[in-house]
Design a protein around this ligand. Structure first.
Ligand code: ATP
Ligand code: MG
Length: 548
């Protein structure tokens, strides 16, 4: 596809900053996931942006785990995130954990206390919430707001030492309880949690909050451009407040962009966790999920995801991408690179009475009609074949291009065959077509010869058994989260399993290989494959079946 480069306002900002030699001409970004779930397509947008800007401007991009919540984070998520970022094709400059900064963050908290800009609040969580006020009503100062720096220091030190129970005290910034921006109404910096942390161990009894941690972690790493999604726009004044009041060597610039939304799916870790934990899908790498792990298993190549992000661009305007747009990007990419194969999903048998019973012949077929660099493959041909049941009709409509009694059709890359006799089973279903082949027609039509259409086939004695998994949209509604209960909009037919398919021998390969099954779509080898049966995931159909 030849689309002009999509807009990216952040790139313009960076170019300007470079022109003005801001940050000594350095560009340093980061991708900061919380290891509390697997990454999804929304994160791909953020990864491509952060790593992409660093790549384009000769800068650096860190991977940082924003691991401030000991309740929800774990090692498995962390491992998966690293694998996914690398699979997308990106290398981080260095790997960090916000939890490695816990001591430094505490030192900064003492700095705030000493400046009279933070205090220990001993109200209950409920009172803190009530006293925060609303969008239309100012908040109330805490009765503990005027504690002296000495008292705050002492209490905070004892919080850190583990002297107090969870929920008894918090450390809050002292900003403005009547600010129209609720984020500035004395936000909590630390809460007490007697809980071990998957990375930082048993040591900590207090944990810093996200807003406080995030800006300081950026600063500690010398991040120049801190790119985040629009919901953090209202947090920017707080981000800047921390960096302004503390003595810090630099002040990263937070810039917000619109998050990616895609129709018929959900891009939210919380919702994805629910789908996985409640068994609506088969694990984080279920090919129906928009997780990177799921998309990889489905056969979507990383280059297609990077292209997609390039095409949709970066803006401030919230919007939702159509599923058909996403799928078309996949098709374009796969069409260029996927080797062609023949696979019969719903087979009926064809016997060629013009060939010996043990006839075996190997035909050389190109792997790709336009891309010679993909080479050729050997396809076995014999007197017993399978063709798609749909490619034969007892009562062909007018202009039928496929097989019917007395009609001829070309077998892709092989001969023209003519159907002479049809056999039925006891239920009256077609079970075998007796045909003749015309030896003159291998790979070409002799003069004056006319076959109807071209169909795919596989040689029965050589065929491999396959199970085919077809995926439909995971949700019936374009915006599942608009429903009262998003689970009510799950598509009950999102997975269809086809047993008994037959594929040509060259379909064997490594897990993850993607082929174009001629006339059907793109299919990837699934890890569930075994020595008896290959399992294929449909990556995407050849054409958009939802379009009228
Ligand atoms: P979720 O909302 O799914 O829980 P999150 O924002 O809480 O995601 P993080 O681990 O904090 O998850 O995300 C890491 C980075 O990815 C953040 O900078 C975040 O802004 C970005 N990100 C998350 N979702 C999207 C999205 N839909 N589009 C673009 N960027 C996103
Ligand atoms: Mg979030």
């Amino acid at each position: 596809m030849n689309t002009p480069k999509a807009a990216n306002f952040i790139k313009n900002i960076i170019e300007q900053d470079l022109e003005q030699n801001k940050n000594q001409g350095k560009i340093h970004t980061r991708f900061p996931p919380e290891p509390n779930g697997y990454l999804h397509l929304g994160h791909v947008k953020s990864i491509c942006l952060n790593f992409g800007m660093a790549e384009e401007f000769n800068g650096k991009c860190n991977l940082r785990f924003d691991d401030t919540n000991p309740e929800k984070e774990n090692e498995e998520y962390m491992r998966a995130i690293k694998e996914d970022v690398q699979w997308l094709g990106f290398e981080w400059e260095s790997l960090h954990h916000a939890s490695d900064y816990f001591q430094t963050l505490i030192d900064y908290a003492y700095q705030l206390i000493d400046k009279g800009l933070a205090y220990v609040d001993s109200q209950s969580a409920e009172d803190i919430r009530l006293n925060r006020g609303t969008l239309t009503q100012a908040g109330q100062n805490s009765p503990y707001r005027n504690r002296s720096p000495e008292e705050n220091r002492d209490l905070f030190t004892r919080m850190i030492a583990g002297e107090f129970a969870d929920g008894t005290h918090v450390l809050r910034a002292k900003i403005d309880m009547s600010s129209p921006n609720i984020n500035l109404r004395d936000p909590t910096l630390y809460r007490i949690r007697h809980k071990a942390h998957f990375h930082a161990g048993e040591h900590w009894k207090v944990y810093p909050m996200y807003d406080y941690t995030h800006c300081l972690s950026d600063m500690l790493e010398g991040i120049t451009h801190s790119l985040c999604t629009l919901e953090f726009e209202n947090h920017r004044p707080l981000y800047d407040w921390f960096l302004n009041v503390l003595d810090t060597p630099c002040h990263p610039q937070q810039i917000e962009f619109a998050p990616l939304n895609l129709e018929y799916t959900v891009l939210s870790k919380r919702r994805l966790i629910q789908l996985v934990n409640e068994g609506h899908v088969n694990g984080w790498d279920d090919p129906r999920l928009p997780t990177i792990a799921g998309m990889r298993r489905r056969g979507i190549p990383p280059s297609a995801l990077r292209n997609f992000c390039q095409k949709i661009g970066i803006s401030k305007a919230d919007g939702t991408i159509e599923m058909s747009y996403f799928e078309n990007v996949l098709r374009d990419e796969l069409n260029q690179h996927a080797p062609r194969r023949m696979a019969v999903l719903n087979p009926i048998k064809v016997t060629l009475r013009t060939l010996e019973e043990n006839h075996e012949q190997w035909l050389e077929l190109p792997n790709h009609p336009q891309n010679d660099s993909l080479g050729n493959r050997q396809v076995p041909f014999s007197n017993t074949l399978y063709i798609e049941a749909d490619d034969y009709s007892d009562n062909p409509p007018k202009k039928w291009k496929r097989l019917a009694k007395g009609e001829s059709v070309r077998l892709r890359g092989a001969y023209v065959i003519t159907c002479e006799e049809v056999r039925y089973d006891e239920q009256g279903n077609v079970c075998e077509l007796i045909c003749r082949h015309d030896p003159e027609t291998l790979g070409k039509n002799p003069q004056g010869y006319k076959a109807n259409g071209v169909i795919h086939w596989v040689s029965a004695p050589h065929a491999l058994n396959a199970q085919i998994r077809h995926y439909d949209r995971l949700f019936k509604e374009p915006n599942p989260l608009a429903a009262d209960h998003f689970l009510d909009t799950l598509n009950p037919n999102s997975l269809t399993i086809i047993e008994g398919a037959k594929v040509e021998p060259a379909c064997q390969g490594e897990v993850g290989n993607v082929y174009q099954f001629e006339r059907q779509g793109y299919y990837a080898i699934d890890p569930d494959s075994n020595s008896d049966t290959l399992v294929f995931n449909q990556t995407v159909s050849l054409r958009d079946s939802w379009q009228n």
